[in-house]
Ligand binder design. Structure first.
Ligand code: NDP
Length: 255
């Protein structure tokens, strides 16, 4: 029996990158996992099939976030499918992971890029959580994926950093609001992780990879699993006394 056997988890952006690793880890720990995706159904199906092949339970949930009706679409899909895979409609673990990273200094950031970052990174997790609270069982877990960019000033992702700062404020305040129900709320703040978000400037560029690795005290670029393991801890019973925190998972970047 795994640490999360009998629990149900929803991972937004579970189809690729960090979210995929989180979905796979929570499923390996025994949770039934709803793997949310936006545009890439094939990637979500691959994650679901991979989990099932290892004896786990998962299903895909589609919703484009940051658009009108996004949250309702996601929860409708979740509600429709969850009873096919578990015996109750409730949720135990909500991981707000899906995000976009618009790049640009302050004078390069367009209103469209700014609005998209706010809609996907801030607005969607807020209302997804709001509408999820009636499904989330007492004693549940909310984990928000933030960023090391709230601690380290990276001028070329200034709008993105703002949205993640808002997520950390959300985490702190929501932890207080939900403490009476025994629900913990924490942020995990990754550093540079080798995912598609960074592919354009990182992959195949030795100099960029070297300087990204040098940011970390541990001397390498992060892997999705490095973050997923921290999320799994926060989702587990072992983390019952940790709430309202931002857990740095940057591999000691710029200490
Ligand atoms: P990826 O680009 O690899 O994956 C993003 C995931 O989010 C995909 O599953 C994608 O689904 C989903 N997604 C993105 N936009 C939307 C949208 N509008 N609607 C629905 N789904 C969407 O990203 P990462 O794994 O790198 O990032 C995951 C989280 O980690 C983000 O919040 C990011 O800010 C944060 N983070 C990442 C870091 C890094 O270095 N990689 C560092 C610090 C934080 P689909 O493919 O179907 O569109």
């Amino acid at each position: 029996m795994g640490a999360l056997t009998g629990r149900t988890a929803l991972v937004t952006g579970g189809s690729r990158g960090i979210g995929r690793a989180i979905a796979e880890r929570l499923a390996a720990d025994g949770a039934t996992v709803a793997v949310h995706y936006g545009r890439n159904a094939a990637a979500a199906d691959e994650v679901v099939e991979g989990i099932r092949a290892k004896g786990g339970t998962a299903f895909a949930v589609h919703a484009e976030l940051g658009v009108e009706g996004d949250v309702a679409t996601l929860w409708e899909s979740f509600d429709r499918q969850v009873l096919e895979h578990t015996t109750s409609t409730g949720l135990d673990i909500l991981v707000n992971n899906a995000g976009v990273t618009p790049r640009g200094e302050i004078d390069e950031t367009t209103a469209e890029a700014f609005e998209e970052a706010v809609a996907v990174n801030m607005r969607a997790p807020f209302f997804l959580t709001q509408q999820g609270l009636k499904r989330l069982r007492d004693g549940g877990r909310i984990v928000n994926v933030s960023s090391g960019a709230t601690r380290i000033a990276l001028t070329d992702i200034i709008a993105y950093a703002m949205t993640k700062g808002a997520i950390d404020a959300f985490t702190l305040t929501l932890a207080k609001a939900l403490g009476g129900r025994g629900i913990t709320v924490n942020s995990v703040a990754p550093g540079i992780i080798d995912t598609d978000i960074n592919a354009s400037w990182l992959r195949g560029n030795e100099a960029a990879e070297r300087s990204a690795a040098e940011l970390s005290a541990l001397g390498r670029v992060g892997r999705p699993e490095d973050v997923a393991d921290v999320v799994a801890f926060l989702a587990s019973d072992d983390a019952r006394w940790v709430t309202g925190q931002v857990v740095d998972a940057t591999g000691g970047s710029q200490l």
